[in-house]
Design a protein around this ligand. Structure first.
Ligand code: MTE
Length: 325
């Protein structure tokens, strides 16, 4: 595919963010004295949806905060909401990090999710019906971008395994393909014809059934803010962040491996598997360390982003695959 210009996604975080914004953000955070936070209550919401707004606009607001599943906790502080909700990758709204205001243009109700392909019965489900049918919980997850920055976030949602049980894929289904909305009228990034819209990501059925694979409907104890990919996104914390497709409208079960968004743009740099590995560099930068947003020190990156115990067995015997890019 012809790339007409260099994309910020190709750059390390310090290069992708204009220096003035980067310095400014750090100064603001320092001045505000952000430290460790606990999820669920009393968090600053200056840049997100505050609880009152959420209750007015989101028909599922009564479900939050969801009960925290203590099996998924962290060894490091949560990243403040002000940071995570103002520094986002959502190319539908621009190829830079400051898209949070523009993302508010996305209408997230009414919203339906279509189940297609190799399922017992294809159907389209209203998002609120779907969310209410699922076992909601809160999990504290790491989130590591291929650009070598990272966050820790209290996501709310439900295991992808529960969605598989709901969708009833046939035995012949080998992959789950998830697709973002397509609406260039509200998402002007989708007018950029050199990208293969809509955004598509995929997992094997085995990966999707793993306990860690999580469908996100909320964060910081509230329904999901639009810039995070409301009303439904994926979180696969052992993989680079680009696997975590946002604002999903379609879930298709296939026998063949789906062509994913960034792989289609540049397969040499962004593959299907995209598992985190500090020893496998991006062709243009090292993945050995990462910069937790909101902090100043870089920290070592861990194999499978620290989730090897849960996921390494998924890849046994697959040495021939490019598992780490
Ligand atoms: N999903 C869609 N639809 N569009 C995108 O541009 N960016 C991906 C992923 N999901 C993206 C997307 C990338 S590159 C990353 S790192 C994460 O979303 C960023 O998630 P965050 O903004 O919540 O940190």
């Amino acid at each position: 595919m012809l790339i007409k210009r260099q994309r910020s996604f190709d750059l390390p975080e310090r290069l992708a963010t204009p220096e003035d914004l980067f310095i400014n953000r750090r100064t603001i955070l320092k001045a505000a004295g952000f430290g460790a936070l606990s999820a669920g209550a009393g968090l600053s919401t200056a840049f997100g949806l505050d609880r009152a707004q959420a209750e007015e606009t989101d028909p599922t607001a009564d479900l939050y905060p969801a009960r925290r599943n203590e099996a998924f906790t962290l060894d490091r502080p949560l990243t403040p909401e002000n940071v995570t909700s103002t520094y986002n990758n959502f190319y539908e709204f621009g190829s830079h990090k400051q898209i949070w205001k523009r993302a508010q243009n996305l209408p997230t109700r009414p919203w339906t999710v279509a189940f297609k392909g190799l399922v017992e019965k294809e159907r389209e489900v209203d998002i609120d019906t779907l969310i209410r049918a699922m076992p909601l919980e809160e999990r504290l997850y790491r989130h590591r971008c291929v650009e070598a920055w990272s966050m820790t976030i209290p996501w709310s949602g439900f295991p992808l395994k529960a969605l598989l049980d709901y969708a009833k894929p046939l035995g012949s289904a080998k992959y789950v393909k998830m697709q973002t909305f397509l609406n260039p009228k509200v998402a002007s990034g989708q007018k950029q014809s050199w990208y293969p819209w809509p955004y598509v990501e995929g997992l094997t059925i085995e990966e999707a059934a793993n306990d860690l694979a999580f469908m996100v409907t909320g964060a910081y104890g509230k329904p999901l803010a639009k810039q995070f990919g409301a009303p439904l996104r994926l979180a696969t914390p052992w993989k680079y962040g680009f696997k975590s497709v946002k604002s999903i409208v379609q879930i298709e079960f296939t026998e063949t491996r789906p062509a994913t968004f960034w792989e289609t743009v540049n397969a040499g740099e962004y593959g299907f598997w995209a598992n985190v590995n500090p020893e496998v560099s991006h062709p243009r930068w090292s993945q050995a360390t990462e910069k937790p947003l909101g902090g100043s020190e870089r920290v070592p990156t861990l194999l499978y982003n620290g989730y090897g115990e849960q996921v390494a067995s998924l890849y046994a015997g697959m040495e021939g695959e490019k598992l780490f890019i």
